[in-house]
Design a protein around this ligand. Structure first.
Ligand SMILES: [Mg+2]
Length: 365
């Protein structure tokens, strides 16, 4: 019986991919996305991980994290995770370092599942075999026509929920939300302000949006304003969930958010919060506090852990990342009837990076 396999190699690379149109939300604008990939090799198998982050993650991985990982036991993911967190103490754990650790952790989980020749969801222990997703995009840079086309397109593909951005021009938001509402039939409409509103603006708009059938209000105020989130949650309309958590990089971030009573549904992003390890810890917190859980962005990388997260309600099917993951990864999940499901015939998370297709996007940080 194999008990230990030493990690022989760890490599990383960065690719910057332009968006298909200029995009914006309640607080920032962007026209490109940087993907950081990590490969970890042990026992003749290779694990793949990735994150969406600044290219600075590449030098952090190469100079600081890789020396901690090389030579460690590929099965001892918790031990490697703890070593990575320790070594970034003076650099700062949240942000770039947490994303870099996440990409490595995802690669380690993929590697471990491959060494055991099982799908990652099987290794983690599935609570379900397929996961509902909500179509997510609806950028504030879109015309009402593109907004309606995109959201109704996801409804046509079976999505029971779709999400749009708000918060850039608050006075225009009720009309944009109404245009979206008119386009999506019986589907539930979610809005995400990315912290773009003040507390009182958000409270007023919560009632307006609720009147237009909105059932999910994400980051109505900054997710750092836990009392503000709690205020909207307590005083806002019934039937509207308050959600946040996408900027959680550390386990105690989620604990504080839940303990403050700030959210009805916790969100977490495995490419930021410490990979599969961090995501499953956030899932366990949701179980302990008996609140629903939802994954943020990067659907291909969340699919297997999402199958194993007991209280998971749904996953985000984010326009930019769906596009990139289908361009650059074999095995990226296909949306069917509003759900995605793992390919249980493949070991690991089942994703294979198409390096040749990505070459034109490669950057040298
Ligand atoms: Mg969001």
């Amino acid at each position: 019986m194999v008990k230990e396999v030493s990690i022989a190699r760890i490599d990383c690379a960065a690719f910057t991919i332009p968006t298909d149109a200029p995009e914006s939300d309640g607080t920032i604008e962007w026209d490109r996305t940087t993907l950081i990939t990590v490969e970890v090799e042990a026992g003749g198998r290779t694990g793949l991980g990735y994150t969406y982050d600044h290219s600075a993650a590449v030098s952090l991985i190469a100079q600081t994290l890789a020396p901690e990982v090389r030579g460690q036991d590929a099965f001892a993911v918790e031990e490697v995770w703890a070593a990575m967190v320790r070594i970034v103490r003076n650099i700062g754990w949240p942000g770039v370092a947490a994303c870099a650790i996440s990409a490595i952790d995802i690669a380690l989980w993929d590697l471990k599942a491959k060494l055991l020749d099982v799908p990652l969801a099987t290794l983690l222990g599935p609570a379900r075999r397929r996961v509902p997703v909500y179509g997510s995009g609806g950028f504030t840079s879109y015309t009402d026509e593109r907004l309606a086309d995109q959201l109704s397109g996801w409804v046509d593909e079976g999505c029971a929920f779709v999400k749009m951005k708000v918060g850039r021009e608050p006075e225009k938001d009720p009309a944009r939300v109404e245009a979206a509402r008119d386009a999506i039939g019986d589907a539930q409409l979610f809005v995400d302000a990315n912290g773009g509103y003040s507390r009182k603006q958000a409270l007023g708009l919560a009632n307006t949006f609720s009147g237009l059938g909105v059932t999910w209000f994400e980051e109505p105020v900054s997710s750092d304003d836990l009392k503000g989130l709690r205020l909207i949650r307590d005083r806002g309309p019934a039937g509207m969930d308050i959600a946040a958590g996408e900027y959680g990089y550390q386990p105690f971030y989620f604990r504080r958010m839940i303990e403050a009573g700030a959210v009805d549904v916790l969100q977490a992003d495995a490419t930021r919060c410490g990979g599969v390890t961090g995501f499953m810890r956030a899932a366990a917190l949701c179980d302990g506090f008996e609140i629903p859980f939802s994954s943020h962005c990067g659907p291909s990388i969340h699919l297997h852990p999402a199958c194993a997260a007991l209280r998971l309600r749904h996953m985000e099917w984010f326009h930019d990342h769906v596009r990139i993951e289908h361009m650059l990864f074999d095995g990226a999940p296909i949306l069917r009837d509003g759900h995605i499901e793992p390919d249980f015939s493949r070991p690991g998370h089942g994703l294979v990076f198409r390096e040749a297709d990505a070459e034109r996007f490669r950057i040298q940080p």
